[in-house]
Design a protein around this ligand. Structure first.
Ligand code: PEP
Length: 231
């Protein structure tokens, strides 16, 4: 079975031209990955029939919430997936597990598929606290939720750092995460996945796919990652 490939473009793209170029270079492989662009460029990706997700969304129903984007409007424009709990959002926007739990419920009620991002800090990793942190994040974020979600394991210290856990560590953590669910949950790995390490990471036997940030900005890197993940 080929793996899921998710491209989290974060806030990297900032011109219409760069987005057009990106779309042109990747349209041949558009059915092989899910793209999470900047919200203002979503329409372009949708018009070109890419499968799209969003990097975050409001917890509120449409109403008086200046600057926010409702899940209802996203669903109506054809968005299928939402990333929730990304560590940059947890840090920069002070989102906690309780808010993430409410957002997951809002997304599920609107039939969006949820990718819940979880991961430990470097300090927790060094203190061998990874599993304790991940269990707590999962329990709190998925409180009173029985619908299926996708989990993306993204150690905070691996995001954008060029560092990754070893294959054995990722395999062990993936096995542990799967053991916490009573359904066959899909578990992705994210954190410094690149066209240079994808051959190695793709050997992890129990991983269901990859969430890629920086390397996904370069169409040729992303294409190489897709090609390897398909094997
Ligand atoms: C991410 O932020 O989801 C991510 C995986 O980033 P990067 O690939 O840049 O480490």
């Amino acid at each position: 079975m080929s793996k899921l490939v998710l491209a989290n473009l974060k806030m990297y793209q900032s011109t219409k031209e760069s987005v057009d170029d990106y779309i042109n270079k990747l349209k041949e492989v558009k059915d092989k990955f899910i793209v999470f662009p900047s919200t203002i460029y979503l329409e372009k990706f949708i018009q070109n029939n890419f499968t799209c997700g969003v990097q975050n969304a409001s917890v509120h129903n449409p109403g008086p919430y200046t600057s926010e984007v409702s899940i209802h409007s996203l669903k109506n424009m054809g968005i299928k997936y939402v990333l929730l709990g990304h560590s940059e959002v947890r840090q920069n926007m002070a989102e906690d597990d309780e808010l993430i739990n409410r957002k997951i419920k809002q997304a599920i009620n609107n039939n969006l598929k949820v990718i819940l991002c979880i991961g430990e800090s470097l300090e927790a990793y060094n203190q061998s606290q990874t599993k304790i942190i991940l269990k707590s994040q999962i329990e709190k974020a998925l409180k009173d939720i029985s619908e299926e979600v996708i989990i993306s394991y993204e150690p905070v210290w691996a995001i954008g750092s060029g560092k990754t856990p070893t294959n054995n560590e990722i395999e062990d953590i993936t096995k542990y995460i799967k053991s916490l669910f009573d359904y066959d949950v899909k578990v992705l790995y994210g954190g410094s996945v690149s066209d240079e390490n994808i051959n190695t990471l793709n050997e992890i036997p129990n991983i269901d796919g990859f969430l890629i940030g920086k390397a996904a900005i370069d169409p040729s890197s992303l294409m190489k990652i897709i090609e390897v993940a398909e094997k």
